[in-house]
Design a protein around this ligand. Structure first.
Ligand code: NI
Length: 170
């Protein structure tokens, strides 16, 4: 396994559209293992392949307290959504910032698991938020896109300054 570099906003590679996975083969399994390792190390509760500069529709998550219940979503699709709810969100690609975002309160999603088996899941609360947030990443979208231009620009400038002061090897 390998720890991958997480891209930070406003890196333009976070805007790329991820493509569907055609076969869940060894390379996808390796990607999943590496993404889980990277997510746990960060630490974070969700990570999309786009964030590690891989344009494939793969998401990993673990919302458990003990960090022992990894969830994998390959080619996720939201089949249905209901209601609206506001919650504070953060993102490993926007380190240090938490802002309120409005999303669907409940979603039903279909995807393939880490073995390539199809499944469906109904999700509310944090899981629903997380799924929508991560699918956005696969479509090149970030939670800061839901904020006012003023707020988004302020975050962008601070992160750009931080990147200049603390260059990362990537
Ligand atoms: Ni994120």
């Amino acid at each position: 396994m390998a720890r991958l570099t997480i891209l930070h906003y406003p890196d333009s590679r976070l805007r790329k559209l991820a493509l569907p996975v055609e076969t869940v083969d060894t390379s996808i399994r390796t990607l999943i293992a590496d993404m889980l390792e990277t997510m746990y190390a960060a630490p974070g509760i969700g990570l999309a392949a786009t964030q590690v500069n891989v344009q494939k529709r793969v998401i990993v998550m673990d919302l458990s307290d003990r960090k022992d219940q990894p969830q994998v979503f390959i080619n996720p699709t939201i089949l249905e959504h209901q209601g609206e709810a506001e919650g504070d969100e953060g993102c490993l690609s926007v380190p240090g910032y938490y802002e309120t975002v409005r999303r669907a309160e409940w979603v039903r999603v279909s995807a393939l698991d880490g073995e390539g088996e199809p499944f469906e899941l109904a999700a509310g609360s944090l899981l629903a938020v997380c799924i929508q947030h991560e699918i956005d990443h696969l479509d090149g979208k970030l939670f800061v896109d839901y904020l006012s231009t003023l707020k988004r620009d302020r975050i962008r400038k601070k992160l750009e300054k931080q990147a200049r002061l603390e260059p990362r090897v990537s």
